[in-house]
Ligand binder design. Structure first.
Ligand code: SF4
Ligand code: SF4
Length: 185
C-alpha cells in the first residue's frame, strides 16, 4: 500500500496517521537506547533489560560500551521484521509501550533547527506534519532527550575508563540502572 501525505491538522478521518502507517518507522529503524530509556522500560515492564535489548557492534568507536563481550551499542529487540513492542491487529498498529517508549521514538520525525521545531530532512515518514501543533511539547521533549543522551555518553565513558572489557554487559547494565535510580531520588 502506498501512503498518502496527510497533514495532521486537517486529516479528514480524524485518525492519527501512525495507527495505519505501513511504512512504519517502528519496522524500518533500529532503535538505539540510552540509560534512561532502559531504566523506564525495565521499571514499567518489570523485565530484565536483556529481555528487550539487542546487542549491536558499536557505531562510534569512542562511545561504544567496552565489556567482556566486545565493543557494543544497545538497541531494542526486533520481532517479525519490526520492533518487539509493535503490535499489529487488523491492519492497525500500536506501540505497546507508548507511555514509556524510548526518547527517539517520542521525537520522531522532528528535530530542532535554529531554535525552531522542524521535520527531519532525511525521513521515511510519509506524513507532512504541521509542526506548529507540536512545537511546545516537542521542544521540551527534545531538550530532555538531548540531556539524557549526554548523561548516557558520560556514563559510557566513565565505565570504559574504570572497567572496560574487565567486566560484563550484565554488570554494565546494573551500573547504568543504579546511576539513573540515583538521579531519580
Ligand atoms: S511517525 Fe510517520 S512513519 Fe512513523 S508510524 Fe507515524 S506516520 Fe508512520
Ligand atoms: S518502542 Fe514503540 S514507538 Fe518505538 S519502535 Fe518500538 S513500537 Fe515503535
Amino acid at each position: 500500500m502506498t501512503l498518502k501525505v496527510i497533514n495532521n491538522s486537517d486529516s479528514k478521518t480524524g485518525e492519527f496517521p501512525c495507527v495505519t502507517c505501513e511504512t512504519n518507522c517502528c519496522k524500518e529503524y533500529t532503535i538505539f537506547v540510552n540509560a534512561h530509556d532502559i531504566y523506564r522500560l525495565h521499571q514499567k515492564l518489570k523485565k530484565t533489560p536483556k529481555s528487550f535489548l539487542d546487542i549491536w557492534g558499536a557505531k562510534d568507536f569512542d562511545l561504544g560500551i567496552k565489556v567482556k563481550e566486545g565493543l557494543l551499542d544497545l538497541a531494542l529487540k526486533q520481532k517479525d521484521g519490526g520492533c518487539m513492542f509493535l503490535e499489529e491487529s487488523k491492519d492497525m498498529f500500536r506501540c505497546t509501550v507508548n507511555d514509556f517508549k524510548p526518547s527517539v521514538c517520542k521525537s520522531y520525525p522532528f528535530q530542532m533547527k535554529k531554535g525552531k521545531l522542524v521535520q527531519m530532512t532525511e525521513k521515511l515518514c510519509p506524513v507532512d506534519w504541521d509542526t506548529r501543533e507540536f512545537e511546545s511539547m516537542m521542544s521540551t521533549h527534545l531538550k530532555k532527550d538531548e540531556e539524557e543522551w549526554e548523561f548516557y555518553d558520560k556514563l559510557v565513558l566513565e565505565w570504559n575508563e574504570k572497567f572496560g572489557e574487565k567486566k560484563s554487559l550484565s554488570e554494565f547494565l546494573k551500573f547504568i540502572l543504579d546511576r539513573v535510580a540515583l538521579e531519580e531520588i
